[in-house]
Design a protein around this ligand. Structure first.
Ligand SMILES: *Cc1c(COP(=O)(O)O)cnc(C)c1O
Length: 230
């Protein structure tokens, strides 16, 4: 079932990028596994998925340490908002935080990294030196949504990269529901290009084919893989 859905998604992506003048390589497929149990995640790994995203640190904490131990090659990204008091936990668990969106959070990540130690449960946990960060851009300038506004993105990216020396390697966006997504993807790509950032996390179940054609390197897919969330 999952393998079949994954095959269809890959096919649609390949078809979509065939006609793209931007790039030839298909994006990685990140399975958005919020609300899914460990058993379902294990099935997805068997079907060939090697990258997952979770929205909540607490939920990821309950599910992922055991999975990570059993499948060291599988990567886990945080795709939901991060509170500053969860940074230690997050840096001990995730390979990438896609939702860096404010100076206070960047400063706390810098501080915890400097100490070199996060926590797993209540145990100290050596930090993964390869953890990367994406900056979330609120391309639709929605009040209720996380992410820096496009007009503030240049300054924030420079602050994180140049002043704090954080390993920012990409950008992420969630276009407003009901908007045509292409202009949002184009804007995200333009900002990334101007800062030499190579990773673009854009595209979800409803628009991954468009995102792939527009240069996405990671599409985040939940419903289309797992069905409606429990
Ligand atoms: C849940 C979620 C997704 C996946 O959404 P679907 O529409 O179910 O594919 C992608 N990105 C983020 C940030 C999410 O929270």
């Amino acid at each position: 079932m999952l393998a079949q859905k994954l095959g269809i998604i890959r096919q649609e992506i390949n078809k979509s990028i065939e006609n793209s003048h931007l790039r030839a390589s298909p994006p990685q497929i990140l399975a958005a596994s919020k609300g899914q149990g460990v058993e379902t995640i294990e099935k997805a790994i068997l079907a060939g998925i090697t990258l997952f995203g979770e929205n909540r640190v607490q939920e990821a904490y309950e599910k992922w340490p055991a999975i990570q131990q059993a499948h060291p090659a599988v990567k886990l990204h945080l795709i939901g908002p991060l509170q500053t008091n969860k940074v230690k936990q997050a840096l001990g668990l995730f390979d990438c935080i896609q939702t860096l969106d404010r100076p206070r959070l960047a400063e706390e990540i810098k501080r915890v990294w400097g100490v070199g130690c996060g926590v797993s449960g209540d145990k100290p946990q050596k930090l993964n030196p390869d953890t990367r960060l994406f900056i979330q851009v609120n391309t639709g300038e929605e009040q209720q949504k996380a992410g820096v506004f496009p007009r503030d993105a240049d300054d924030f990216i420079r602050y994180c990269k140049n002043e704090l020396k954080l390993p920012v390697t990409g950008l992420m966006c969630i276009p407003p529901a009901g908007d045509v997504p292409a202009p949002h993807f184009a804007l995200l790509r333009q900002i990334a290009t101007s800062h030499g950032l190579n990773e673009l996390s854009m595209g979800m179940s409803g628009d991954y084919a468009v995102a792939a054609r527009m240069g996405s390197t990671i599409v985040r897919i939940g419903t289309k893989l797992f069905g409606e969330r429990p």
